[in-house]
Design a protein around this ligand. Structure first.
Ligand code: CTP
Length: 413
């Protein structure tokens, strides 16, 4: 596919070299169009060598090929990273004073902006208004990540990691744009596996990589949702544009999920929650004894999914999705679990020693409380995630009410 990679004048341009590498290695034909000042951060030879194409910032080179029109017209995707405050402003106002902004005006394909700047610049009403304008025109503007900025300061404004950007680009290319059917919705997703501490060095845990939950978060964000991801012991990079809350134990997860769910249109419990935890936490390392009972007594953990269903306000229309990992007779066990938990959809997958856990692929049967079921053949976890959202969307109430979650409060949990 033909990709135009627009590069703005931000220090994060160095991260975009890796994005370019990933795009070309997956077979895309990438033309890099930096702004003049972007070349202060990463020079023209780097972009030319990595893309295999000549690089220009101006409309005045190779004029016979009319590049200011042709590059945009022929592209399947224009991806701008880092999108600086200035570049977002120029794009929002339709300026065409260099090759990149000309290309943005001639492109008829999906356009993605990945902003990166200091928090103050991102939060400024001018930047926010420009972002709103670009989104209203159909551009995809990824939320910047939070964390360390150029200097010692931290806050929202970081460019998400190259892998996360690459995944967004791949999804947009695969779907020829993105449906925005979750626009204005807040979705909460749990991922990973909880750990129940026995003592300072041991825990009872679950085998779960978090890959499926992260795929759900990425796909929901790509479909326009505001996403809160409650992650338990997951070693994966934060998906672009997603608020990630860390929760280690079932009790931590319960608190974070219930709090976030209060403003959610849909909740998907993809996490493997430990059913039991040690009755008492010992704050010293337990020594083994030669005789006597095992030193760990277990008590039952709260069932978060069942509690979500019980607490759901009547008439709220909130859609609740559970996951079930079964080793045998998966549909019969799944139907029984769906009825017992009272959720709207249950994604049932078969697990075994070398199936599913930590693999990029998954296959499942999605059971609906209304009786129907959808078989999802083995494929990327993103594909299963999109089937889940395809089933959630028609179950949401008609009115699109934007429940912006109170992110500061959620981050403090
Ligand atoms: N779940 C939960 N809280 C728990 C246990 C499970 O919210 N304490 C959720 C999981 O996130 C998942 C669903 O319930 O979405 C099913 O989990 P599973 O462990 O398969 O269900 P159990 O009720 O524990 O059934 P089983 O008897 O098969 O262990």
């Amino acid at each position: 596919m033909k990709v135009v990679l627009g590069v703005g004048a931000g220090i994060a341009a160095y991260k975009v070299c890796e994005l370019l590498r990933r795009l070309t290695e997956s077979g895309h034909d990438v033309r890099v169009i930096p702004t003049r000042d972007a070349l202060r951060f990463v020079g023209e030879p780097t972009w030319a060598a990595l893309s295999g194409h000549p690089v220009s910032t101006e409309v005045w080179s190779a004029v016979d090929e009319v590049p200011h029109v042709r590059l945009g017209q022929q592209a399947d995707l224009v991806f701008v990273a880092p999108a600086t405050a200035d570049l977002l402003a120029r794009a929002a106002h339709g300026l065409a004073d260099d090759l990149l902004t000309n290309t943005l005006l001639t492109a008829r394909c999906p356009v993605v902006f990945a902003p990166a700047m200091h928090s103050e610049m991102w939060d400024h009403p001018a930047t926010q208004a420009n972002v709103a304008t670009l989104r209203a025109r159909g551009a995809i503007v990824i939320e910047p990540a939070s964390g360390r900025l150029t200097g010692a300061d931290t806050g929202p404004g970081r460019l998400p990691e190259p892998l996360a950007l690459f995944e967004v680009a791949q999804r947009v290319l695969a779907r020829g744009g993105l449906p925005d059917d979750l626009e204005g919705r807040h979705v909460v997703i749990s991922a990973g596996g909880t750990r129940e501490a026995i003592d300072p060095v041991r825990f009872i845990g679950n085998r779960s990589s978090g890959l499926q939950g992260y795929a759900l978060a990425r796909t929901a964000a790509a479909r326009g949702a505001t996403v809160t991801l409650v992650a338990a012991n997951v070693a994966l990079p934060d998906p672009a544009g997603v608020t990630v809350l860390q929760a280690s134990s079932a009790e931590d997860m319960r608190k974070a999920v219930l709090e976030a769910a209060a403003t959610a249109d849909a909740v998907v419990m993809a996490a493997a929650v430990a059913d039991f935890r040690p009755a008492d936490y010992q704050d010293f390392k337990i020594k083994k004894t030669e005789s006597g009972p095992a030193p760990v007594q277990l008590v039952k953990n709260p069932d978060i999914l069942a509690e979500l269903v019980q607490r759901r306000t009547a008439g709220s229309g909130q859609v609740i999705v559970g996951f079930a990992a079964e080793t045998d007779d998966i549909v019969a066990h799944g139907r029984e679990k769906l009825a017992r938990k009272g959720c709207d959809l249950l994604v049932v997958n078969q697990v075994g020693a070398d199936l599913t856990f930590g693999k990029p692929d998954n296959e499942a049967v999605v059971l609906a409380a209304t009786g129907e079921s959808v078989v999802v053949e083995r494929g990327p976890k993103e594909a299963l995630a999109d089937v889940v959202w395809d089933l959630v969307v028609p179950r949401l109430p008609e009115a699109t009410i934007s429940h912006a979650p109170d992110l500061d409060r959620l981050r403090q949990l």
